[in-house]
Design a protein around this ligand. Structure first.
Ligand SMILES: Cc1ncc(COP(=O)(O)O)c(C=O)c1O
Length: 460
């Protein structure tokens, strides 16, 4: 193994939380009890949990101090004004509406804009934006370029939307049927890959010419801005804050799950310039989330988000954050583990069909790898492949599998050290060396929607 430099964590640890260790026999029993579905394994039986980077961040001493400054007044809490100031400073839109998490922001925005039969383009919709559009009888359309599905090309901005496809799409459907265009930064469903400023600007120009509002799904905007600084010509000398401000200057608003780049465990918001639409959103907010100065959150949560948004733009932190993901990638590369390249902002995506070529797609190689990772090392990861995304043909029941069969190793922010990541890489390299021992699975019970959460499987 070559000597791979570990990133220096830009913090020291003041509070520790023990991680659980289990024996192989116990893990084997837990796998059987859970129907070989790692979603159903209690978290206190997981040694390293890479299921998601959402809501799993460690907060800083500064954020915890802010929690103690929570003002729990029903209306006009000072913490709302702190949040509003932070969002206006970074995002630059007139209205800031807090929500309990990202999908609530999406629901409120779409309720105000999207009618049955409409089309909403995006580079690639995240599941919750897709679901919130489809539930309104509209169509969520993915317009990422071919580069988004090529795991080997060294393209720096695989999250970019195909602008030509967008232009053609608008011409074909007409502006009357497209109430907004969205862009997900970074593109979670496409390997956590960043979007270039050039592409954001081009999409914005197309939207402005057509008179269509343009919104960013901004959960990971600071990771995206950092990639722009590092990879896009002309941005090396700008601060990440300035880059983020420029990104938002091309948009009409944004939805945000604060559970990612705002470094908190709960919260979100929608922010926009359109006062009439903001008024509508606030009216719905009162019905389902709460008064417009708290939107389903406690004052202390609002404060933690306000502080976390600014901390998430700290360049020493972002350097470590992106290097941490790249470090795991480099260790895996040295061990010949195949993954989607280059590494993105929040996760490494293993190419499970290349990792386990002896397991056919209908026996779910990605799922098999999540089972092996838990069985061998107590690590939890998530399959992003056939179990999660296969489409069933109505007549025959035959499954059509997504182009990529992957396992996502999402890295919670400021939670795991380099040695934890080394443990993960070692486990994968060991499984690869003995991969013929890993077998496929069949589904024995499943629900009609989002089956991966509850499905039960058995080994073949
Ligand atoms: C790109 C993207 N958009 C929206 C969401 C939804 O946010 P939340 O889980 O806070 O509802 C997520 C969550 O993972 C996401 O990754």
């Amino acid at each position: 193994m070559p000597d791979i430099k570990a990133p220096l964590e830009p913090f020291r640890i003041k509070v520790v939380e023990p991680i659980p260790f289990t024996g192989r026999k116990e893990r084997e029993a837990l796998l059987r009890q859970s129907g070989f579905n790692v979603f159903k394994i209690p978290a206190d039986k997981i040694t390293i949990d890479l299921l998601t980077d959402s809501g799993t961040s460690a907060m800083s001493d500064n954020q915890w101090a802010g929690v103690m400054m929570g003002d729990e007044s029903y209306a006009g809490s000072r913490n709302f004004f702190h949040l509003e100031a932070a969002v206006k400073d970074i995002f630059g839109f007139r209205n800031v509406v807090p929500t309990h998490q990202g999908r609530a922001a999406e629901r409120l925005l779409f309720e105000g804009l999207v009618r049955p039969g409409d089309y909403v383009p995006n580079n690639i919709h995240f599941d919750t934006t897709r679901a919130n559009i489809e539930v309104r009888g509209a169509h969520a359309v993915d317009l990422a370029g071919r580069w988004a599905f090529d795991p080997d090309a060294a393209t720096p901005f695989k999250g970019d939307m195909d602008v030509e496809r967008l232009t053609k799409f608008i011409d074909a459907k007409g502006t009357g049927r497209i109430p907004l265009v969205m862009m997900t930064v970074t593109n979670n469903s496409g390997g956590g890959q960043p979007v270039s400023m050039k592409n954001i600007k081009a999409v914005s120009q197309v939207c402005r010419r057509a008179g269509i509002p343009f919104f960013l799904d901004a959960c990971r905007f600071s990771e995206n801005a950092y990639f722009v600084k590092k990879r896009e010509k002309g941005y090396a000398g700008k601060s990440v804050l300035e880059i983020a401000q420029e990104m938002f200057s091309y948009a009409d608003g944004a939805t945000m799950s604060a559970k990612k780049d705002a470094l908190v465990n709960i919260g979100g918001f929608v922010t926009l310039d359109d006062d009439a639409l903001a008024g509508k959103i606030k009216n719905s907010l009162i019905i389902s989330e709460g008064f417009p100065t708290y939107g389903g959150l406690a004052g202390r949560d609002l404060e933690a988000i306000a502080r976390g948004l600014r901390e998430g733009l700290d360049e020493a932190y972002l350097e470590y954050r992106t290097e941490q993901v790249a470090y795991l990638g480099a260790l895996l590369d040295a061990g010949r583990v195949p993954f989607f390249k280059p590494t993105g902002g929040h996760a490494v995506y293993i190419l499970a069909d290349r990792f386990l070529p002896h397991i056919p797609r209908h026996q779910y190689p990605g799922w098999a790898l999540t089972v092996a990772l838990y069985r061998d090392a107590g690590i939890r990861a998530v399959e992003i492949g056939g179990v999660m995304f296969a489409k069933k043909q109505k007549a025959s029941g035959k499954e059509i599998y997504p182009e990529l069969e992957m396992v996502r190793l999402a890295i919670p922010r400021r939670v795991y050290t380099a040695s934890h990541l080394k443990y993960v890489a070692d486990a994968l390299i060991e499984i690869l060396a003995n991969r013929e021992k890993v077998g496929g699975l069949r589904i024995v019970r499943e629900s009609p929607f989002l089956r991966h959460f509850t499905a039960e499987l058995e080994e073949i």
